[in-house]
Write a protein that binds this ligand. Structure first.
Ligand code: URA
Length: 209
């Protein structure tokens, strides 16, 4: 089975994990991606945000949520009363997965499989054990399935506070939609989708206050 487990060093701090993750060969996604995109942000953060996988910009820059979805997320966080600079952001899968419609054309994001999410799980578990956030904000269905299992449905639980055991630790989680879903919404739906994201993030802010 694909797994990152043999690549995760024991007793490492976040920088040690990040260095080791750069050489992860736990699944085939490293082959086409530019680099591993490990989590980033405040190591003492009270809130950890978990997305799906790096996008095109993140793959090039090596940092999560620096592209359009990240910009929107930062704006929504600030509006909900959470300082983006005081968060830790990461992804369920740490390599960009994509296809191309034609050779040398734009890279199109492709959803990771359950096997790839499971393979990458040891990195997320290690990040959770070190950051020990008070709250996990689950961004979209992939992060939800990676953390809460394949029966996760974002529409059923968004904006609620869940209490679950994850990788052996009791965690509080607030799921919401992925910021990319707001960007993908039709023009006439986008504002409502954005307001929904902010409303869910306000639930998260309430847990932290
Ligand atoms: N979407 C994600 O899920 N993660 C990123 O880092 C960027 C876009």
């Amino acid at each position: 089975a694909y797994t990152a487990a043999p690549f995760v060093p024991e007793g490492a701090d976040l920088d040690g994990l990040r260095r080791a993750a750069a050489g992860c060969r736990g699944c085939p996604l490293h082959r086409d991606a530019t680099q591993t995109v490990f989590g980033a942000g405040d190591a003492d953060a009270r809130v950890m945000l978990v997305g799906e996988q790096p996008g095109d910009q993140e793959d090039r820059q090596g940092t999560p949520f620096v592209g359009p979805a990240g910009k929107l997320l930062d704006r929504a966080l600030a509006e909900a009363g959470i300082d983006p600079g005081e968060t830790y952001v990461t992804n369920a899968v740490k390599h960009f997965k994509f296809t191309r419609a034609e050779p040398r054309k734009r890279r199109i994001h492709k959803a990771p499989t359950l096997r790839e999410m499971t393979a990458c799980g040891p990195w997320l578990a290690a990040e959770l054990a070190l950051v020990e956030p008070e709250l996990i904000v689950v961004l979209g269905a992939t992060a939800g399935k990676a953390l809460l299992g394949s029966s996760f449905r974002v529409t059923e639980v968004r904006g609620t506070v869940l209490e679950r055991e994850i990788h052996g630790r009791g965690e509080l989680l607030v799921p919401t939609v992925h910021p990319s879903a707001v960007l993908r919404a039709r023009d006439e739906d986008r504002e409502a989708a954005y307001r929904g994201l902010v409303a869910d993030l306000k639930v998260a802010a309430g847990v932290l206050s």
